[in-house]
Design a protein around this ligand. Structure first.
Ligand code: DGL
Length: 274
């Protein structure tokens, strides 16, 4: 048993999509989340920049004595999960791509055309395809970047025609030309537009890595005898720019009951260290 918090990070608020499934499945666990809202989006940045930012954040989380780090960001997972694991060998570091790849490999076969959507960096890395094919080479994989989704989602432009048109702009031809029957939401921001995608493509099955990763977290903590049995600690959400959107999203996750749910928000400037 270990009541220390689990550390999560993402380039912004996208990684918060992992929090609700985690709280549902493992309600005793406490969380420290870091959203790099001042520097988001990562998905079109150079890999050297993403590595430098991720190292800073991992160091910050380790300094908070977390028992595990969850990289709730596909872009970071596609760029430097192995490097972070080597740098912090004392702590399990879980990327979001591998659990999702296992889910695709387990549930899809040669009859499936699976479409991976993600940021430019995630798609260019080919990590989804590589990891899925390592486990099941029969699945047909197609990929396309959707770089305009993250800025729109971070701005809260979700339930309207602008978002729907943007989805169609990136996905209409992709789905039709490749006869995609399954879409993997290969960016943690995309579950926030999952219902738009379902409405526009009702026949397509959707795999949401933010749901899938919770099973991996549970398995690793159980293997290490580190599942929590409840503590009074607070869930703490740090942001490098504590924006209104970020706080609104957390309020939304906790259904406006952040006080009862013991949540606190903090601004943290990684460069200044305060
Ligand atoms: N939410 C992140 C991901 O899963 C990155 C989005 C971004 O910063 O571009 O890829």
């Amino acid at each position: 048993m270990d009541n220390r918090p689990i550390g999560f990070f993402d380039s912004g608020l996208g990684g918060l999509t992992c929090i609700r499934p985690l709280m549902k499945k493992l309600p005793e666990e406490k969380i420290i989340y870091f959203g790099d809202t001042a520097r988001t989006p990562y998905g079109s940045k150079a890999t050297s920049t993403i590595k430098a930012f991720s190292n800073e954040i991992a160091e910050f989380l380790v300094s908070k004595d977390v028992k595990m780090i969850v990289i709730a960001c596909n872009t970071v997972s596609a760029t430097c999960v192995d490097e972070l694991q080597e740098r912090f060998p004392q702590i399990p570091i879980v990327g979001i791509i591998q659990p999702a790849a296992c889910k695709v490999a387990d549930t899809c076969g040669s009859g499936n055309n699976v479409g991976i959507i993600g940021t430019k960096v995630t798609i260019a890395s080919g990590e989804y395809e590589r990891r899925i094919h390592e486990l099941n080479s029969d699945v047909n994989i197609y990929q396309t970047p959707c770089p305009a989704y993250v800025p729109l989602i971070e701005e809260g432009i979700i339930d309207n025609d602008i978002m729907d048109l943007t989805i169609k702009y990136y996905m209409d031809d992709f789905i039709a030309a490749n006869r995609i029957d399954t879409v993997v939401l290969g960016c943690t921001h995309y579950p926030l537009i999952e219902k738009n995608i379902r409405r526009i493509y009702p026949d397509v099955k959707i795999i949401n890595p933010s749901d899938v990763i919770v099973d991996t977290i549970e398995r690793i903590l159980a293997e290490r005898d580190q599942l929590a049995d409840g503590s009074d600690a607070q869930n703490t959400f740090y942001a490098s720019d504590l924006s209104e959107n970020f706080i609104n999203m957390i309020e939304h996750i906790f259904s406006g009951e952040t006080e009862d749910a013991k949540v606190k928000f903090k601004n943290f400037d990684l460069e200044k260290g305060e």
